[in-house]
Design a protein around this ligand. Structure first.
Ligand code: ATR
Length: 263
């Protein structure tokens, strides 16, 4: 039996094992997908496990998407650009670090049937997921991307990766066609960003968070007649792309799979 896993810290709430194990069963594959709570010091061990075939593939989640980079043998082009790895696999004897978050986010945007070409975006948050979001938005030909973040450190790193960003001071709001929450604010039901977005109407609001299904960011946006989307499809599409890399099978995003995220 081939072993897959997701590594992160915390990892308890990851829904990746559920999703991947449904797909393994649906496709009658001889795989198992587990979760592993890791410390930074354990990252090298995971690479070794992949090298000696104790592990077949691995997803990487918060907070290791950058930390893992120094241990892989090669980065895919998209990982290199985003400085972010969420998928590990072996090619020959090399361990490759790849990023399926970009494709996941991009596909979820395409589903919205919203024309992103030359649209302006206000991105809230400069954490681990933000480079993947910017990469996908650039692929779709958006116009200006303005970014804000509570503290400066991550903003600086992000603007080192992407030159065309407009940096907005925290608590200031920029007029845009699309507003994206890429912070972790909202993971707890009562979380609320200390930003005043109440005057914005008839735009698109996207929250990368999918659990809870509707964060306060989305609830308030909806009240103001904005169109809303959460990160559910992004999550599923990144998982689908990783699964295909490891098994060669493109799994189907069935109702059962979608329902797993809502339970
Ligand atoms: P990582 O980079 O390790 O993946 P993350 O959890 O993805 O981190 O990023 C969390 C994001 O949410 C960051 O942009 C963080 O802002 P800071 O850089 O200032 O930490 C943001 N964030 C977390 N809690 C926040 C809060 N209470 N208000 C505003 N932003 C917050």
């Amino acid at each position: 039996m081939k072993k897959l896993c997701v590594i992160g810290n915390p990892i308890e709430h990851s829904l990746s094992p559920k999703i991947h194990n449904i797909w393994i069963k649906q496709n009658k594959l001889d795989f198992i997908y587990e979760k592993k709570l890791l410390e930074k010091e354990d990252l090298q061990k995971i690479i070794k496990e992949l090298k000696v075939d104790n592990l077949f593939g691995c997803n990487v989640t918060v907070p290791f998407k950058q930390n893992i980079i120094e241990y892989v043998d090669e980065l895919s082009a998209v990982s290199l650009k985003t400085n972010s790895v969420n998928t590990l696999y072996k090619s020959g004897s090399k361990i490759i670090g790849h990023n399926t978050d970009v494709m996941g986010f991009q596909k979820s945007l395409e589903d919205l049937k919203f024309n992103f070409k030359n649209k302006s975006v206000f991105l809230i948050g400069a954490g681990g997921v933000s480079p993947s979001i910017i990469e996908a938005l650039n692929n779709l030909g958006v116009g200006k991307i303005a970014v804000t973040n509570r503290s400066e450190e991550k903003l600086k790193k992000l603007s080192d990766l992407y030159e065309n960003l407009e940096i907005i001071d925290w608590e200031k709001i920029k007029d845009a066609d699309v507003y994206i929450n890429a912070t972790s604010v909202g993971l707890n039901k009562n979380d609320r960003l200390n930003l005043n977005l109440s005057g914005i109407k008839n735009k698109l609001f996207y929250d990368v968070i999918y659990n809870p299904e509707k964060t306060n960011f989305l609830k308030e946006a909806e009240k103001n007649n904005n169109r809303i989307a959460n990160g559910k499809m992004m999550f599923l599409y990144q998982a689908q792309a990783s699964f295909k890399i490891w098994t060669g099978v493109e799994p189907v995003i069935t109702e059962e799979v979608i329902k797993t995220l809502n339970d």
